[in-house]
Ligand binder design. Structure first.
Ligand code: FEO
Length: 136
């Protein structure tokens, strides 16, 4: 069973970005499932590491895109990315010491990520591109 299935509303209609978001949602779901199943620390460490690395890669892709098309909200969007990556990093650091707190950290991060960042912040730049007729 998937805790966090992909939803059509996450789509930005930018194939490369949608594909990356699908990967991220899938990793978040795997992490949640592993926690719910009480998987060991090494399994969780591996998924969190993967999530961290893929998140960095994804943010670089989006930032390159926003820079290329002179998106006016670029600086603010980049600031949100920095905050999100900081939260994943903090989660990794805490998990190195103990698994306590990971569950609440994760649900806060999920809400911010899926409900706020993708659905609001990412949507804004995709609408900016669409309004200018830029199809990617
Ligand atoms: Fe898809 Fe701005 O993260």
């Amino acid at each position: 069973m998937q805790f966090f299935p992909w939803k059509d509303q996450y789509s930005l209609n930018i194939s490369e970005i949608d594909e990356q978001h699908r990967m991220l949602v899938g990793m978040i779901d795997r992490l949640h499932t592993a926690m719910a199943e009480g998987k060991g620390k090494s399994v969780l460490d591996e998924i969190i590491n993967e999530l961290y690395n893929y998140t960095k890669f994804h943010f670089i892709t989006e930032e390159r895109l926003m820079d290329e098309y002179d998106y006016p909200g670029f600086a603010e969007h980049k600031r949100e990315h920095k905050e999100l990556i900081g939260k994943v990093l903090a989660m990794m650091e805490r998990h190195k010491k103990s698994t306590l707190g990971l569950s609440s950290d994760l649900s806060i991060m999920l809400q911010e990520w899926l409900n706020s960042h993708i659905l609001e912040t990412d949507k804004k730049y995709s609408e900016f591109l669409a309004d200018r007729g830029i199809r990617l």
